[in-house]
Design a protein around this ligand. Structure first.
Ligand code: 4AD
Ligand code: MG
Length: 431
C-alpha cells in the first residue's frame, strides 16, 4: 500500500494510492458519491461509483458522518476542473474512527460557538490556511535572524518584575511566599544576553493581563525580540524593516495557495517594500490634525489614531520619538530633545496598527536608576539590570514583534483570535 499525502498528489498520477484522513463533507448523485477528503496536508475530492466498490461499501459511504476518519484507496486522476487538479477514483474505503453529529456543519456559526469548539474549528480549511501562514511567518522570522548570525537565547517566563508597566502583570504563586509574574517581554534579559553575545533574539510566549477587548489584544501572545549591542535607534528600524519585508515576501512566495483560500488581496502585500516611511511622533500628530482628528500632543495613539496614520501610506510606517512620558522606563531620551524617547513603533497598513515596538535603551546608570524610581519599580528586582550599566555599558537597541498581529495583517483577518491555535483573551480560557 502506497500512502500518499494530498499535497504531493501530483506525483502519483495514474497510480494506486491510499489517502489516510477524514471525510470533510460529501454529496451524492445516486450512482456516484463525491467524498471531500482532507488529510492535514490538503483537501481532495474522491469519486466513488457503485460499480467500482460494490453495493456494501457504496451504501455504507452514504451514511458516513462529517469528520469520520477514513482510509481511502483509489487511483489518482488528473482533472482540470478539480480544485487541486486531481481526483481519486475510489476502489476501497475503510472507516478508521466514526464520527456522528459533528457540531461544526457547513452552515454559518457564530464566533463564540466556534471558539468554544476551537479544538475542532482548526480542522476547517480557512483555519488551516491561517495556521500554515503562521508557521511560514515563524520560519521566516527565524531564518531572518539565524542567517544574520543572531544567537537565539531564551528568556524566562517566570520573572520577578515588570517590563512593560505593572498594570498588565499576571501574578503567579511561586512556592510558599513569593509572587512571580508571567513575562510581558524578554527584553530586559535580551539586553543582558546582547552584552554577552552581541546580537541575540528571543522567541516565545509573552503575557499581558489586558482588560481591553479589542481585535488586536490577546492575553497570551508570541513575540520575537532581537537585541543588538552597539546598535542605535536607526539600526533597529533598519532591522525591523528588513524583517517585515522578508517575512511578507516569503509568505507571498510560499503560501500563495493559503492566501487565496483566505481571499487575501495580495496586491496590498506586494507593496510592502523597503524603504518604509519614517516619521516622527510630531509628524504623526500633524497627520491626525490634518485629518481633523482631535489629538493632544503627549498622549499615546489609540487604535483609531494608528489606523488614521497608517492609512496615509501604502506600506508599514515607522513612527519614532514618542513623548518619554507615555513610553516604558527603559527608553533612552533623545539627547537633543529629552522630552521624547528614542523609541519606535511600526504600524502595519490597512488599519492593523502596531506590529512592532522597540528602540534604543537607556544605557546611563544614573538616569536608569532615576527612571526606575519614578516608575515606582522595586529597585532590588532590577539590580541585575542595573549591573548592565555598571559593567561595560554600551548603546544598544532592539524591538519586539507580535506574531499574532503580523499573522492577522498578512492574512487580512478581522481579529487576532484566529491567528493562534488556542487564543487566550479576557473572557476565554477554554478549550
Ligand atoms: O510594544 P510592546 O509592548 O514592546 C515590548 O514589549 C518591548 N519590550 C519589546 C522590545 O523592545 N523587545 O510589544 C511589542 C509588540 C507589539 O508591537 C505588538 O505587536 C505585540 O508585541 N503585542 C501584542 N500582541 C497581541 N496581544 C497583545 N496584548 C499585545 N501586546 C503587545
Ligand atoms: Mg508598544
Amino acid at each position: 500500500m502506497t500512502v500518499a499525502h494530498i499535497q504531493d498528489i501530483s506525483q502519483y498520477e495514474g497510480q494506486n494510492v491510499t489517502i489516510r484522513g477524514w471525510l470533510h463533507n460529501r454529496r451524492s448523485s445516486g450512482k456516484i458519491h463525491f467524498l471531500m477528503l482532507r488529510d492535514g496536508s490538503g483537501f481532495m475530492q474522491a469519486v466513488m461509483s457503485k460499480a467500482a466498490v460494490g453495493d456494501e461499501i457504496f451504501t455504507r459511504a452514504d451514511h458516513l458522518g462529517q469528520e469520520t476518519a477514513v482510509s481511502v484507496e483509489g487511483t489518482v486522476r488528473a482533472d482540470t476542473r478539480a480544485p487541486g487538479g486531481y481526483e481519486l477514483d475510489v476502489s476501497g474505503l475503510e472507516v478508521v474512527g466514526p464520527s456522528a453529529d459533528y457540531p461544526i456543519t457547513p452552515k454559518e456559526h457564530g464566533v463564540d460557538f466556534l471558539l468554544d469548539r476551537r479544538h475542532l474549528w482548526i480542522r476547517a480549511e480557512r483555519q488551516q490556511a491561517i495556521l500554515r501562514v503562521r508557521h511560514e511567518i515563524i520560519r521566516g522570522v527565524r531564518d531572518y535572524f539565524d542567517s544574520r548570525d543572531f544567537v537565539l537565547a531564551d528568556t524566562p517566563i517566570f520573572t520577578p518584575s515588570a517590563c512593560e508597566g505593572t498594570t498588565t502583570l499576571f501574578p503567579v504563586q511561586y512556592f510558599e511566599d513569593t509572587t512571580a509574574y508571567l513575562t510581558q517581554s524578554g527584553q530586559l534579559y535580551n539586553e543582558a544576553n546582547a552584552m554577552a553575545l552581541g546580537r541575540v533574539y528571543s522567541f516565545g510566549p509573552t503575557f499581558r493581563a489586558e482588560k481591553s477587548k479589542t481585535r488586536r489584544h490577546l492575553t497570551e501572545f508570541w513575540m520575537v525580540e532581537p537585541e543588538v549591542a552597539y546598535a542605535t535607534l536607526d539600526d533597529a528600524i533598519d532591522l525591523a524593516e528588513g524583517l517585515v519585508v522578508s517575512v511578507v515576501e516569503r509568505v507571498l512566495d510560499r503560501r500563495a495557495r493559503e492566501l487565496k483560500t483566505l481571499e487575501r488581496d495580495t496586491s496590498k502585500l506586494e507593496k510592502v517594500k523597503a524603504p518604509f516611511p519614517r516619521i516622527s511622533y510630531d509628524d504623526a500628530v500633524k497627520i491626525l490634525h490634518d485629518k481633523g482628528m482631535p489629538f493632544e500632543w503627549g498622549g499615546d495613539f489609540g487604535g483609531p489614531d494608528e489606523t488614521a496614520i497608517s492609512d496615509h501610506f501604502d506600506r508599514p510606517v515607522a513612527v519614532h520619538r514618542y513623548p518619554s512620558a507615555v513610553k516604558a522606563f527603559y527608553m533612552k531620551p533623545d539627547p537633543n530633545r529629552p522630552e521624547v524617547a528614542l523609541g519606535v513603533d511600526v504600524l502595519a497598513p490597512e488599519g492593523y496598527g502596531e506590529i512592532i515596538g522597540g528602540g534604543q535603551r537607556l544605557d546611563d546608570y544614573d538616569l536608569l536608576l532615576q527612571r526606575i524610581r519614578e516608575h515606582k519599580l522595586p529597585q532590588e528586582a532590577f539590580e541585575w539590570y542595573l549591573d548592565l550599566r555598571r559593567f561595560g555599558s554600551v548603546p544598544h537597541s532592539g524591538f519586539g514583534m507580535g506574531i499574532e498581529r503580523v499573522v492577522s495583517w498578512v492574512c487580512g483577518l478581522e481579529h487576532v483570535r484566529e491567528t493562534i491555535p488556542y487564543p487566550r483573551m479576557l473572557y476565554r480560557l477554554y478549550p
